[in-house]
Write a protein that binds this ligand. Structure first.
Ligand SMILES: [Zn+2]
Length: 171
């Protein structure tokens, strides 16, 4: 099932998501499958549960865009363990369509998370994967990438979005 993506302005995107406490259930497996399906349909490389309206600490990532099944990653209750180096590059968000901004992020990031069965694991990613880790984990804490750009750029963006909301052009 493909969920529609919640857009900026919905409070679910700006609240701390709840920890997941039940693992290994058919519901969770189905939910994760739907998250991947929704992410691929939206042509994203990452998706956090709040973006489809569920305030839970779950994110899925696939920086291969569905090309390599071994790159599918499920992060449940993830934590950032280590951030090394710096990278700067364009970043966008499925919940803020039509906008992209330069965002500084760590270059090499290690996360600790649980998988669908509740098993803890650690994974280190570089470049795009490191950026995806930080972007998606931000979502689970109610933070959007626009909190990492200048206040001036953010205000301009918000003003454009308000205009689109008034015109009924914002989902
Ligand atoms: Zn996002």
């Amino acid at each position: 099932m493909i969920y529609s993506i919640v857009r900026f302005g919905d409070p679910v995107l700006e609240r701390e998501a709840e920890e997941v406490t039940e693992f290994g259930t058919a519901e969770l497996d189905k939910f994760l499958e739907d998250m991947f399906e929704s992410m691929y349909a939206a042509k994203g490389v990452g998706l956090a549960a709040p973006q489809i309206g569920f305030s839970r600490k779950i994110a899925v990532i696939d920086v291969s865009n569905g090309e390599k099944p071994e790159e599918k990653l499920v992060l449940i209750n993830p934590q950032i363990v280590k951030v090394e180096g710096k990278q700067e590059g364009e970043e966008g968000c499925l919940s803020i369509p039509g906008f992209r901004e330069q965002v500084k992020r760590g270059k090499r990031v290690t996360v600790r998370a649980q998988d669908a069965t509740g098993e803890l694991f650690e994974k280190t990613g570089e470049d795009l994967l490191a950026r995806a880790f930080l972007h998606e984990i931000d979502h689970l804490h109610g933070r959007l990438y626009i909190s990492h750009i200048s206040a001036l750029k953010r205000d301009l963006m918000k003003r454009k979005i308000k205009k689109m909301q008034r015109a009924g052009e914002w989902g």
